[in-house]
Design a protein around this ligand. Structure first.
Ligand SMILES: *Cc1c(COP(=O)(O)O)cnc(C)c1O
Length: 407
């Protein structure tokens, strides 16, 4: 441990972080102390409008009374039981998810996105057997950081240092239906796709792409896995992004927004895929624990009770239009739907835009060198969205100056 030399609370925490934490994230720029709704405060008392929501996680914002009550009540009753016993919350949550999907199926609960995808990889393997060893996934896709999910992640800079994986993956360009169909042969067990690339920069699939994927899988007997870990649970203004495309996959994976900030993941097997695992095939000590399930039920209840799907569509459209209307030379366009948008930039200055936005009191994410991701809480108000679009021209001009200084 080194003695802190910084004069601010943020600075001294950053020094302690750098000395005690592994360097895999770098040292984050600010240290957050509390939040309320869509606003967070750092340890020096500065406030920020949170337009990232913990990467599309804090669906109800921070310290939402429904989430606080559900989690506190459950923690005071029964925090953990393992999966050797059952509890009503897990059953109720599985029933709710299947109901929202409008499909027959079964649910497995995990603790994170990557674990939900690991479950999906094993489920597909189990159902297809050794005769179909190949998985198909998209270049630019992201499915997680554990070895199975990472093997399917189409960003070579984060995947290749950790090869080999023991999973045979064929990568195809995202959005090209013909290339996808050509890659799905009789040796193919399953196809993993995001309905819209999230980490790839909020890049929606072209219209009809998911339908074509469904048809190609049906023609070859491959299983279609849709990774809705970022897109699911209201983010796009629908419960699930695939519902807007009018298709059902064989497997859907969820995490991020489902727990509203509590760690939970889900792997939903639809139809026959719901029964692909036999007793003993998979498990998780913490998966679907009572506190995480109570949080997820509170998230679903609140989205429903407060009409948040319609709200997301409305505020998201206004936010998107407001960004486009700035007409700033750094703005190439806006992508995405609902409260899941990317500001496409005309220059690779996203890191400077993120920094300038933070200086101006807004948390946004440089998801790609030339794209800024917005994934705010689903409760973002019209006024909060407007405060950002009004500040944006100034932020972009400041970012251009910052970028000029560093280059
Ligand atoms: C975030 C994300 C994951 C990984 O989730 P973790 O909880 O970080 O493991 C997987 N797939 C997609 C599409 C994601 O956005």
């Amino acid at each position: 441990m080194t003695a802190a030399t910084s004069t601010t609370a943020t600075g001294s925490l950053r020094e302690r972080y750098a000395a005690a934490l592994m360097p895999n994230y770098g040292t984050p720029p600010i240290a957050l102390a509390r939040g309320e709704g869509c606003v967070v405060w750092d340890v020096d008392g500065n406030s920020y409008l949170d337009l990232l929501g913990g990467i599309a996680v804090s669906a109800l914002g921070h310290a939402h009374p429904a989430l606080v009550a559900a989690v506190s009540e459950q923690a005071g009753r029964l925090a953990h039981i393992s999966n050797l016993y059952l509890h009503e919350g897990q059953v109720a949550l599985a029933e709710r998810l299947l109901g929202l999907l409008g499909a027959d199926g079964r649910v497995f609960f995990a603790n994170s996105g990557t674990e939900a995808n690991e479950a999906a990889v094993k489920l597909v393997r189990r159902m297809q057997g050794a005769g179909r060893p190949v998985f198909v996934a998209a270049e630019g896709g992201f499915h997680g950081r554990t070895m199975g999910s990472l093997s399917l992640t189409g960003k070579s800079s984060i995947r290749e240092p950790f090869a080999p994986f023991g999973v045979d993956v064929r990568f195809v360009p995202y959005g090209d239906a013909d290339a996808l169909a050509a890659a799905i042969g009789p040796d193919c067990a399953g196809v993993f796709l995001e309905p819209c690339l999230g980490e790839g920069g909020v890049v929606p699939a072209p219209a009809g792409y998911l339908k074509a994927a469904r048809a190609a899988c049906d023609a070859s007997g491959a299983l279609l896995v849709l990774d809705e870990i970022q897109s699911g649970i209201g983010r796009t203004g629908a419960w699930f992004a695939c519902q807007a495309e009018g298709i059902l996959p064989d497997v859907i994976t969820l995490a991020k927004g489902l727990g509203g900030g509590l760690p939970i993941g889900a792997c939903i097997g639809i139809g026959a895929a719901g029964s692909g695992f036999s007793r003993g095939d998979h498990g998780s000590t913490f998966g679907g624990n009572p506190i995480a399930c109570a949080a997820a039920l509170a998230v679903l209840d609140t989205i429903e009770r407060d009409g948040l799907l319609a709200h997301v569509a409305e505020v998201g459209a206004a936010l998107s239009a407001g960004i486009a209307a700035t007409g700033h030379p750094l703005v190439a366009g806006v992508r995405g739907s609902g409260l899941w948008l990317a500001i496409a930039l005309t220059k690779p200055v996203a890191a400077s835009v993120e920094a300038a936005a933070r200086q101006a009191g807004f948390l946004v994410n440089a998801v790609q060198p030339d794209a800024i991701r917005l994934a705010p809480p689903l409760v973002l108000s019209d006024g909060q969205a407007r405060s950002f679009t009004e500040a944006l021209p100034g932020i972009l001009t400041e970012a251009a100056a910052l970028a000029g200084q560093v280059s």
